[in-house]
Design a binder for this molecule. Structure first.
Ligand SMILES: Nc1ncnc2c1ncn2[C@@H]1O[C@H](COP(=O)(O)OP(=O)(O)OP(=O)(O)O)[C@@H](O)[C@H]1O
Length: 989
């Protein structure tokens, strides 16, 4: 969008050397030019009203003042009906009398002096006016006009077209505009700037100075249908002189601020018509640029442009951001809206849903125009988007264009038959309050205020004749109506005010802004609040039929007339927008910059407080976390301690129980008269010895003496208790031993009580052990559970070595307990076996002696023999004692029915000798036992020694005596410890 820099000598900025002109370059000077060649007869005209010479037109109006009131039908009578309508409508605009009085005779009004029949000779002086006609506000846009046709003059398409001098485009604000920008601060300054080339008398009129804020340009679109080789001769476009001349009927010269020929590109159009205005907007002025013209003459092309040739809107956007970049002393906020007026309805082009349809548009909230003392007239509700880059802004606008264009192809409100308005609101404020900007006036402004200005870029719909389709006709009628209203308002513009101080026409009547949405929206700009740049597009070539050509010409003339009136009538007193202080109030409420600044401040404060709070919170959380961890650690330690305590408790309990148990055993063994009889004591604790003794005795029962001796030797070799007993018997004799035996044998001294007591003791012992085993089992389970949980905990905290030692101790305890259980079980088995053996012996004896054997006799005999055992009868006594005890035990454990038990006889009623009976039973028993031993020997359970002794076979085969008893300890039977213990016990046996 930039062109190569070219020399601008010929059209340099305002300070470029301009040809010496006799008068000011303002249009108002047109009428004041006293050049001899000036055909304009009104010397006082301060307005450079479009001038035209009529060639063969209707009879000239005698006086300029009469020209405006002329009925519209007075013009264009030679044109076709359509053009007549158009011509009439435009020409019917009444001209402000005040101005018209100063206007030179206008070809539009037909107020052409007879002497102006021919333009050609008078053209040269007019060119001189154009050079001086550069408006004040935009004076710095390099609009110095070359008075020379020179090499730039050329004929094109039958037109005499003088191309405008090329000019470099630059987005920099430091170009030719910068000089004037610094000298322009308000309308007064503007006029001053504008008057650099005007005479003091021209500056005297404020109205005239205000008009310097309005620039009107005409752009001629290349005519694609024309034959470039054929000179027309009817139209002449001279860009250098800003002149459009028509030499046809109603022809004349039209001079504007800028005339862009067909060779001028968008860049040049922007530079000359809008660039300065855009800069002013950035400085705080409101600015409006709009394109007006017939359909297809290039309004959209000029406003939007193409990718290769961007138009006013994209170039303005570029300049806006360039300005922001180059103004570090201020901060800016930009927001953009985009609306269209279609069939007198306003649509928000930025709120269009994608894939928009008529229905969707209908669903859009109705947008109304409202008026605000500070904002003026504005549409609401309207979406505004804040933009931060040129790309973003262009995208937003492109989105709006897309909505408009898409709709236009779909035969609805998006049609190009709508007026499209882009509004860019610029908010700015000093970055450093009171900072020096080098401008005394700026620094005098209250620091910190926000300035809000608006740039409106409007692509009007093209005026159109009646279309064929109904929709088109409806659109066309709305377009034409709104354009007509626009023309009417412009034509009625004056410096008059009504009683309310509002703009009024010369009669003091209010202006019909409300007759159309377009004029209502443009009210601010038209009434002088804004800088205005109007770009009128025309197409001079006539394509197609004569009628079409005529129509075209009429439309073009209408456009030119509109442009002339706009230039003549619009007076802008644009002032830099006041800076809004604070966000309060009507105007402040929409100042986003201020609001955002305050919001940022608020958020920062919040952030600070939040940071503090969150810092405290984090601290608290950390503290809580630490405390929680500490608590968890404490609880864990407590649990561990409790576990240890429990274990210790259990161990202590176990030990206690063990001690109790041992105590009980000791007591039990005392109560069973261990000391008096080694055999009995074996039943209590050392059953192994007693069993051995018993078996040995049985094994040697064939001989009386050897049995006793063997018993003694066995006892002495394997049991200290047995040896002591024997020793006691041998050394001390009967009395003490007898006493002990009495104690142990019972109150009755018959041995029954003793056996019962023993039995009871065994039972108690058994239940003790059962209970103890149950306790151990319970503890074992607990220990295992604790061990497994600790093991898992140990795995999870492998760095805690403490677990290893604990596990080890527990497993040691478990092993110990297992060993204890096994031992106890083995003892139980021993006892059971002993009981079984005794029962078996008793049964054998009974079988031998018969059912009528007297127990009393046996007991008495046993007692007698026990108390004074004669050495000669040792064998017999021994056996009888065994028998008696076995019988007693059998009776005690499993007492026979009372009827079956004979009463203890005082004397032997049966008449058979107890000795004989005893001898028989002993023999019988010996025989049975021998058989049993023999069986065991044969089956390999017992090995018989050479001297008659027996021992259990090494292969661990257990005989019936070794069969394990069934207890409630089945789960522990699989324990290798128990099994090995059992084996060991068996081996010991
Ligand atoms: N100065 C120009 N140079 C080259 N092509 C142009 C120029 N002006 C207009 N055109 C072309 O003419 C056609 C019509 O232009 P454009 O659409 O801008 O007209 P318009 O005035 O906006 O019409 P409407 O009022 O119907 O929207 C487009 O194809 C455009 O490219």
């Amino acid at each position: 969008m930039t062109t190569l820099p070219r020399p601008r000598a010929s059209n340099g900025p305002q300070n470029a050397d301009l040809p010496a002109l006799p008068v000011s370059k303002t249009r108002r000077s047109t009428g004041g030019i006293a050049t001899p060649s000036n055909t304009l007869s009104t010397p006082r005209s301060g307005l450079r009203a479009p001038s035209a010479n009529v060639h063969g037109g209707p009879p000239p109006t005698p006086a300029p003042t009469m020209a405006l009131p002329i009925p519209k039908g007075a013009h264009g009578v030679n044109t076709g009906g359509r053009s007549i309508r158009k011509t009439i409508s435009i020409n019917s605009f009444p001209q402000p009398p005040g101005r018209m009085s100063s206007l030179p005779p206008s070809p539009l009004s037909g107020a052409i002096t007879p002497g102006r029949k021919s333009r050609t000779p008078q053209g040269t002086p007019k060119i001189g006016y154009q050079a001086a006609s550069t408006p004040s506000l935009l004076n710095g846009s390099g609009e110095g006009k070359s008075l020379l046709g020179g090499p730039g003059a050329r004929t094109s398409d039958g037109l005499f077209s003088v191309g405008s001098p090329p000019q470099s485009r630059s987005s920099s604000a430091q170009d030719s505009y910068s000089t004037s920008a610094t000298t322009f601060d308000d309308s007064v300054d503007a006029s001053g700037a504008a008057d650099t080339t005007t005479t003091p008398e021209k500056r005297a009129s404020k109205g005239l100075d205000g008009k310097g804020n309005v620039i009107v340009s005409v752009r001629v679109r290349p005519d694609a249908g024309s034959n470039s080789g054929k000179p027309d001769g009817e139209w002449m476009v001279d860009g250098r002189r800003s002149l459009v001349a028509y030499r046809g009927r109603e022809g004349g010269d039209y001079i504007y601020d800028n005339v862009f020929s067909t060779h001028d590109d968008n860049s040049r159009v922007y530079d000359h018509s809008a660039k300065r205005l855009v800069r002013r907007v950035m400085e705080g002025y409101h600015g409006t640029v709009f394109a007006y013209g017939m359909t297809g003459t290039g309004k959209t092309f000029s406003m939007q442009g193409t990718a290769s040739s961007p138009g006013v809107i994209p170039l303005a956007i570029t300049d806006i951001f360039s300005y922001i970049r180059e103004t570090p002393s201020r901060e800016f906020l930009l927001r953009v809206s985009y609306l269209e007026i279609y069939n007198e309805k306003i649509h928000d082009l930025l709120s269009m849903p994608t894939g928009n349809t008529v229905g969707a548009m209908g669903a859009q909230e109705e947008i109304k125009l409202r008026e605000d003392s500070k904002r003026g007239v504005y549409a609401s509700p309207l979406k505004e988007e804040i933009v931060q880059s040129p790309t973003q802004l262009l995208r937003v606008i492109a989105r709006g264009d897309q909505a408009r264009r898409t709709a236009s192809t779909q035969f609805n409100a998006r049609s190009s038959r709508s007026h499209a308005v882009v509004q860019i609101v610029v908010e700015s404020r000093e970055r450093i309050p009171g900072g020096s900007s080098g401008d005394s006036k700026r620094s005098a402004l209250p620091p910190g205020g926000v300035r809000v200005s608006t740039l409106s870029l409007i692509d009007l719909a093209g005026s159109e004749k009646a279309a064929e389709s109904k929709e088109r006709r409806t659109e066309g009628s709305h377009i034409n109506k709104s354009l007509l209203t626009l023309g009417t308002v412009i034509s009625k513009l004056s410096e008059h005010k009504d009683k309310d101080g509002k703009a009024a026409d010369k009669d003091g009547k209010h202006l019909p802004y409300r007759d159309s949405k377009l004029t209502r929206l443009l009210q601010g700009a038209l009434s002088g609040d804004s800088l205005v740049s109007i770009l009128c597009t025309i197409q001079t070539g006539a394509a197609g039929s004569t009628a079409a050509a005529n129509s075209h010409t009429a439309e073009t003339l209408n456009t030119l007339k509109f442009a002339s009136r706009a230039k003549n009538n619009i007076v802008s007193h644009a002032k830099r927008a006041e800076e809004a202080l604070g966000a309060g109030g009507e105007g402040g409420a929409r100042v986003l910059l201020e609001r955002y600044r305050m919001e940022i401040q608020e958020l920062k404060t919040q952030l600070d407080s939040q940071a503090k709070t969150s810092g405290n919170k984090v601290e608290e959380e950390e503290k809580e976390k630490d405390e929680e961890e500490e608590r968890a650690r404490e609880e864990e330690a407590k649990a561990r301690h409790e576990e240890q305590m429990l274990e210790m408790q259990l161990a202590r309990t176990a030990l206690k129980e063990r001690i109790d148990h041992l105590n009980r055993l000791i007591l039990s063994s005392k109560s069973t008269g261990v000391n008096s009889s080694g055999t009995y004591s074996a039943l209590g604790i050392h059953q192994r010895f007693s069993q051995s003794s018993f078996r040995t005795s049985v094994a040697t029962s064939n001989g009386s003496r050897p049995l006793l001796e063997r018993t003694g030797s066995m006892g002495s070799s394997s049991s200290t208790i047995g040896r002591r007993s024997a020793g006691q018997r041998n050394s001390s004799g009967g009395a003490p031993a007898s006493n002990e035996d009495e104690d142990s044998l019972g109150d009755f001294g018959d041995g029954v009580a003793s056996l019962q007591a023993q039995n009871q003791a065994l039972q108690a012992d058994l239940s003790d052990k059962t209970r103890y085993i149950a306790t151990l089992e319970k503890r074992l389970l607990q220990a295992r559970r604790a061990s497994s949980s600790r093991t898992s905990a140990g795995f999870s905290a492998s760095n805690k070595g403490i677990m290893v030692g604990e596990d080890h101790s527990v497993s040691t305890i478990i092993k110990e307990k297992d060993a204890e259980i096994a031992e106890l079980r083995a003892r139980l088995e021993d006892k059971d076996r002993m009981l079984g053996a005794l029962r078996g012996a008793a049964r054998s004896r009974e079988a031998a002696e018969g059912i009528d054997t007297s127990r009393t006799e046996a007991r008495a005999s046993l007692l007698r023999e026990t108390r004074s055992p004669p050495p000669q009868a040792a064998e017999g006594i021994d056996m009888s004692r065994i028998e008696a005890r076995a019988s007693l035990l059998r009776d005690t454990v499993s007492p026979p029915p009372q009827a079956a038990l004979p009463d203890p006889p005082a004397a032997g009623p049966k008449g058979h000798s107890p000795v004989r009976t005893r001898g028989k039973s002993v023999d019988e028993m010996s025989r049975i036992l021998d058989e049993m031993i023999q069986d065991r020997v044969e089956t390999g359970h017992i090995v018989k020694g050479v001297r008659g002794s027996v021992r259990v076979a090494n292969d661990g085969k257990a005989g019936p005596l070794m069969e394990p008893i069934q207890t409630g300890l089945e789960p522990l039977r699989g324990s290798p410890i128990i099994e090995s213990e059992s084996k060991q016990l068996a081996l010991e046996v």
